[in-house]
Design a protein around this ligand. Structure first.
Ligand SMILES: [Zn+2]
Length: 73
């Protein structure tokens, strides 16, 4: 189950473990219950094998991963 990072539109960022089957549902902020937008950080990337449903488990080497990280900022 990947750890995903979200940005609440009202309060602040938070992290949430989420099952893949649940990933299509909107995430509600635990603080204010507003719908939060998912972030794609390097932190989340390290914890999660999937980016927007695309599996990276097929063998990303370190170079490709660093390129991806710099692309993501
Ligand atoms: Zn909030």
């Amino acid at each position: 189950m990947p750890l995903e990072e979200f940005q609440c539109q009202i309060s602040e960022e938070f992290e949430q473990w989420r099952s893949r089957s649940n990933a299509i549902n909107p995430m509600h902020c635990p603080t204010c219950n507003a719908i939060a937008k998912r972030l794609y950080s390097t932190r989340g990337l390290r914890m999660s094998p999937a980016i927007d449903g695309v599996s990276l488990t097929g063998g990303l080497d370190a170079l490709a991963l660093s390129r991806l990280r710099s692309h993501l900022g």
